[in-house]
Design a protein around this ligand. Structure first.
Ligand code: PEP
Length: 251
């Protein structure tokens, strides 16, 4: 099956109203000449502004987190999936390693958040990946197997059908040290095989993005992998020219 290429930006806790305006203008102009789907995941407070600026374009607005709870209620400081959908979001990042590491998000929380996203009509971009210690101890496959099995055993079929997966080796995030194209393809193939053991149709259509120090100058080599369907881009998504440069590398 042919999967459409997809590039998503993760602004993390960066940006301003002015930055959202300037970035959107450039991206909306560039999008018709780009051969891939695009999404930008911004801090909560900018989602509505971004969605308004992207209206009428093919670029999807997104957020970076949501509450695991579908029911509204006593969850001070939390934002639900339906609130994000109200603001115009189409995507939400779930289980980024920074949230797993700094905010204690377990595999179970990641499953609950992915479910909550789909219940609200959003597509979750679910992040998985190993730490440097785990890679060096030859535990990459075991870690990914555990993270994937939590998803296939905990999520509804509909959630898995709507899911985008991002393989993000933690040692490559924000370090300038990307996985090599060979490392990325080998892991993506392994990930797809794990899903195929559970359901071949879902595995075949699952978009698997690579994330970790993707830049315009390493993107096309990474995208050459048959199982690399695009990228989740952190630092390089903050500048419109580098984000567009990465999208152009999709050919
Ligand atoms: C990320 O935060 O998801 C990421 C991949 O960051 P960077 O591109 O900066 O490594």
């Amino acid at each position: 099956m042919s999967r459409r290429s997809f590039i998503a930006g993760n602004w993390k806790m960066h940006g301003s109203a002015e930055h959202v305006e300037d970035f959107s203008r450039v991206l909306v102009d560039a999008a018709p000449s780009l051969n891939c789907d695009l999404a930008i995941c911004v801090p909560f407070v900018y989602v509505e502004r971004l969605a308004r600026l992207l209206e009428g374009s093919e670029i999807a607005p997104g957020a970076q987190n949501l509450s695991h709870s579908v029911e509204h209620g006593a969850h001070t400081g939390e934002i639900s999936g339906s609130m994000l959908a109200d603001c115009g979001a189409d995507y939400v990042i779930v289980g980024h390693s920074e949230r797993r590491e700094m905010h204690g998000e377990t595999d179970e929380v990641v499953v609950a958040k992915a479910e909550a996203a789909v219940a609200a009509g959003l597509r979750p971009i679910v992040c998985i990946g190993e730490s440097l210690d785990q890679r060096e101890a030859d535990k990459t496959e075991a870690v990914l197997k555990r993270q994937i099995s939590a998803l296939t055993s905990g999520c509804d079929r509909q959630t898995l059908e709507r899911m985008v997966l991002a393989y993000e080796p933690i040692w490559a995030i924000g370090t300038g040290r990307s996985a090599t194209p060979e490392q990325a393809q080998a892991v993506h193939e392994f990930v797809r095989t794990q899903f195929a053991d559970w359901d071949a149709t879902i595995a075949d259509s699952l978009p698997i993005l690579y994330g970790g120090s993707v830049k315009p100058d390493n993107a096309s080599a990474l995208f050459a992998g048959a199982d690399v369907d695009g990228a989740l881009v952190g630092g390089a998504s903050l500048k419109s020219d580098s984000f567009v440069g990465i999208a152009r590398a999709m050919g």
